[in-house]
Write a protein that binds this ligand. Structure first.
Ligand code: 4HQ
Length: 245
């Protein structure tokens, strides 16, 4: 997978190169990451990339000319969709990460200041994605969220045969609690069922925990999910328990 990032702060992406699952993906050649800086495509002595907004108001806007030339250069090496990170985009979720992970390439446009000139969005951007309803000072952290989420889905990156399957089993539910040694930590014990080695019973306990947490914390996720017979039965049992309290 080839990912090209357009950013005024390419140094921020060193964190992805040096750490964790993205570092593994890059080392293995499962992913390739390059940064392009619009400042390198300026033609004035000050290397200006921003200007004041037409109509007035606070802040600055990323100018179309250097950014457009930068996008021209990226489109020569990356034929995939150009994605603009912004709060105006569709909300990122695991389905979108799955779609992106299946692509051979895509590029990411990170805005600074108040954003990029709308004519760039209209003429060059294929998709606009938001990582949530809050305002960052730039698209870089949002782009890194996308890259991290995609890298862990790439084949051959982190024992993905198993964990991708695990993910798909539990897709749309919150995760169950996890425990490791010791059995007794400051008086808090690991649930007995996990120590027994009855794998069917453990799977059912984990599913029940996931359903209970999802019902309690994110009922919206249950609404849009098709439930299996097993899951319906566990949920009905949880409903009955709740009515007892
Ligand atoms: N920004 N999800 C403003 C974001 C953001 C988000 C990126 C700040 C774009 C111009 N990006 N710039 N939320 O807050 O993706």
């Amino acid at each position: 997978m080839r990912i090209d990032v357009i950013t005024l702060f390419p140094g921020m992406f060193d964190g992805l190169r040096e750490n964790g699952v993205s570092r593994v993906a890059l080392e293995r050649g499962a992913a390739e990451l390059s940064c392009y800086n619009p400042r390198d495509f300026t033609q004035d002595n000050y290397r200006t990339v921003d200007d004041r907004p037409y109509g007035g108001g606070p802040g600055m806007v990323m100018m179309p000319e250097p950014l457009g030339r930068c996008i021209d250069a990226v489109s020569e090496v990356n034929q995939g969709p150009l994605i603009y990170l912004s709060p105006q985009g569709e909300r990122l979720d695991q389905d979108i990460l799955g779609e992106l992970a299946a692509l051979p390439q895509f590029s990411l446009l990170c805005g600074r200041y108040e954003g990029v000139d709308e004519r760039i969005v209209a003429s060059r951007v294929d998709r606009e994605i938001s990582i949530g309803d809050y305002v960052l000072s730039g698209g870089e952290l949002a782009a890194m969220v996308v890259i991290d989420g995609v890298c862990r889905l790439l084949p051959d990156v982190l024992g993905n045969a198993e964990s991708a399957q695990q993910d798909s089993f539990s897709a749309g539910l919150l995760d169950c609690p996890h425990y490791t040694r010791p059995e007794n930590y400051r008086g808090m014990r690991v649930p007995e069922v996990l120590l027994g080695g009855n794998h069917a019973e453990i799977a059912r306990w984990r599913l029940r925990q996931s359903l209970a947490r999802t019902k309690e914390r994110r009922p919206d996720l249950l609404q849009r999910r098709v439930l299996s017979d097993d899951e319906k039965e566990l949920l009905t049992a949880l409903d009955l328990e709740q009515n007892d309290e």
